[in-house]
Write a protein that binds this ligand. Structure first.
Ligand SMILES: CC(C)(COP(=O)(O)OP(=O)(O)OC[C@H]1O[C@@H](n2cnc3c(N)ncnc32)[C@H](O)[C@@H]1OP(=O)(O)O)[C@@H](O)C(=O)NCCC(=O)NCCS
Length: 176
């Protein structure tokens, strides 16, 4: 979490809403039409993509990257070095509209695939990976990759890193 926070000033020509009670660290980029609610705390070097909705009393750790169109409900706690892919949706009300809300916890180093959806109150373990489009209904164990609907453990983060390295170094890989 940031040691020093200040009132957020958007980059030139960027229109977004950051509540005046939100505490924002250094080198934070919040892109077009994003929303940051009251009493939310954002660490250093965080990026929040366009059209993302970060509600009230959310905490986001240093170096975390949140792509566009992501929904983060009130009371969610996100660690450091987390990646959240586009249009991921976290929820906090299991039986809407109920009077009781439950935030999620996303631990350090987790990778969240695009358009994945999460049940209220669960914990996404340290350095875990959630595949694109997964429906995550239970806690995700640390250092594991989960895939599918409902999401199930497929292999380890170590195996994921091997696949990633192969992808990055393969001569056939087309890059932009
Ligand atoms: C989790 C992930 C890394 C798995 O990749 P992988 O291990 O290379 O998987 P493979 O392509 O070898 O597929 C293995 C099997 O799982 C299936 N599979 C892979 N990803 C899946 C997914 N997200 N949902 C459901 N099934 C999936 C494949 O169809 C294949 O099935 P088969 O054995 O019946 O043929 C990848 O699916 C993913 O989600 N990457 C993140 C993409 C993303 O969201 N990026 C955000 C930034 S743009």
């Amino acid at each position: 979490m940031p040691t020093k926070t200040r009132r957020y000033r958007p980059a030139k020509n960027v229109i977004n809403y950051v509540d005046k009670t939100a505490r924002i660290g250094r080198n934070v980029k919040i892109w077009h039409f994003a929303y940051v609610g009251s009493d939310t705390v954002i660490g250093d070097n965080v990026m929040i993509g366009s059209l993302s909705h970060i509600d009230y009393k959310v905490r986001i750790g240093d170096n975390t990257r949140i792509e566009g169109c992501v929904y983060i409900p009130p009371l969610t706690i996100i660690g450091r070095d987390v990646f959240i892919g586009p249009a991921a949706t976290f929820t906090n009300d299991p039986y809407p509209k109920s009077k009781r809300l439950a935030g999620l916890v996303i631990e350090d180093g987790a990778v969240i695939g695009a358009r994945s959806v999460f049940r209220p109150g669960i914990r996404i373990g340290k350095n875990s990976v959630v595949a694109m489009g997964s429906v995550v209904t239970k806690d995700v164990p640390e250092e594991m990759v989960v895939i599918g609907n409902p999401a199930r453990v497929a292999y380890s983060r170590q195996e994921y890193e091997k696949k990633k390295e192969k992808w990055e170094t393969s001569p056939e890989t087309k890059t932009i």
